[in-house]
Design a binder for this molecule. Structure first.
Ligand code: SF4
Ligand code: SF4
Length: 62
């Protein structure tokens, strides 16, 4: 199981994480990314972390 966190203060609203998450965990809300999907579906692929230009996404295995 993974925990995905978006720091909305750091998010620049590019939408890359939401577009590229294969499990639809992340979506854009009010111009910023938000964690909306079931974290049990997260694959831990780190795509969301690597595509983010502002270091706003954090992924932790727990
Ligand atoms: S680690 Fe992969 S599956 Fe999990 S939220 Fe990020 S992009 Fe989506
Ligand atoms: S990739 Fe980063 S900056 Fe872009 S929407 Fe996602 S969290 Fe925000």
């Amino acid at each position: 199981m993974y925990t995905v966190t978006v720091d909305r203060d750091k998010c620049e609203g590019c939408g890359e994480c939401a577009e590229n998450c294969p499990a639809s965990i992340l979506e854009m809300k009010d111009g910023k990314a938000d964690v909306v999907g079931d974290l049990a579906d997260c694959l831990g692929c780190e795509t969301c972390v690597s595509v983010c230009p502002s270091g706003a996404v954090t992924l932790e295995e727990n």
